[in-house]
Design a protein around this ligand. Sequence first.
Ligand code: ATP
Ligand code: MG
Length: 454
Amino acid sequence: MKRKINNSLMGTATLAIVTTLLLTVAVCYHLLKNQIWEDLKVYAETMGFFLQMSDESKLESGMQEFEEQMRQNHVRATYIKADGEVVYDTMADASGMENHGDRPEVREALVNGVGRQIRMSSTLEQSTYYYALLLEDGMILRISKDADSVYRIMEYAVPAILFMAILLLAACGILSYFLAESIMHPIKVIAKDVEKVEEIEAYEEMKPFIEAIKSQHDDVLDNARIRQEFTANVSHELKTPLTAISGYAELIENGMVNEEKEVQRFGKEIHKSANRLLTLINDVIRLSELDDSKTEEVLEPIHLWDSAQACVDMLQFSAQKHSVTLTLEGEDAVVMANRQMVEEVLYNLCDNAIRYNRENGSVTVRVENRLNKAHLMVSDTGIGISKEHQERIFERFYRVDKSRSKSTGGTGLGLAIVKHILLKLDAEIALESEVGKGTKITVTFPIARSEQYH
Ligand code: ATP
Ligand code: MG
């Protein structure tokens, strides 16, 4: 991370330095060039003016001194005929000089009146500027001067720029260190102690991450609390039947139960408590199976009507025992589900509808195939559930009337299992209930597409 920031900062700095170097050199070179051309032009025009004079005037006007001044400034003048023959040169013997007719600046001057050319010297450090001027009498006056080449200017600029580069790169190093530190700070704090997530003052971009960690942390705490509560509840629920079993068994052991009828009664109580323990343990095991998200259930097309029929048949005896009529109506609907799960849902809903009913009440199971959904409805004419309990009955171990549920053998896990199963099957559950009138629970499954079961 630090490395990344450092690299990108250094990259930017290097780019900035190189661009600055190139721009500075380009601007300086441009200014220098303009200055030289301007100088040469002035020299050429002045000298041209002198050359047009008569010899005496030349002496009087001080042309000699002007030439001397030019020499001191390393400016050279060459006087050339239109055919290229050199007539006079301020720095060399004109007779020894070759024909200048092919020089680009001379040719340009012949055409345009003025010709300009820069030629690199062999060392690359210097270049020579030539300014040629066509005089009125057809002669050419060429003024030239050596000056630093563009490479030389670059050489001048390099030390200053290098110094700046070192400064900048050092600054980048320090900056990237502090930048990375400030970015990493909240993460480091969380990594050390997740509890501190509440206290962190994160910067704007960091907030979604902090929020995610916060909510995950809360989830973990919630889960831990739910588990802890569940364990406490299970232990508590186990205690009652076990205490009963232990008590009755102790009475028998101590010979306190003599009559055969009494032994039978106590045996029945022990049997009942043991069955309760078994149901409870089975339900807890089932819940933990459902909690295990790794197990993938096998889904197959299920005819809801057939499953409901089987359930109604199975519970008919229990319904008679409670003096409740149990009927099935509606039509078939096919859903993609797990057979055991559908049976569990049906059983739990019907079992509740029978158990929390009144004498001579009724339970109706209805299957509907409507709007591309399969609806399974279990309605009863029972005691109903008041508003404040309606949301909570799906919680583990939640029972509205503890004594009534216990006396009928309920553990309070049935609807929790149903809710869990429906979550896995992508189905929804809705509850309508009125105290004293009855309850209607509707489960809505996505319907199986025909190609899935034909
Ligand atoms: P279990 O189903 O494990 O034997 P249970 O029936 O007590 O025990 P749930 O099925 O989870 O547990 O139901 C929770 C509570 O909701 C019940 O104790 C009961 O008070 C209430 N309840 C559920 N179904 C109905 C219903 N059809 N009418 C009235 N109350 C109901
Ligand atoms: Mg139940």
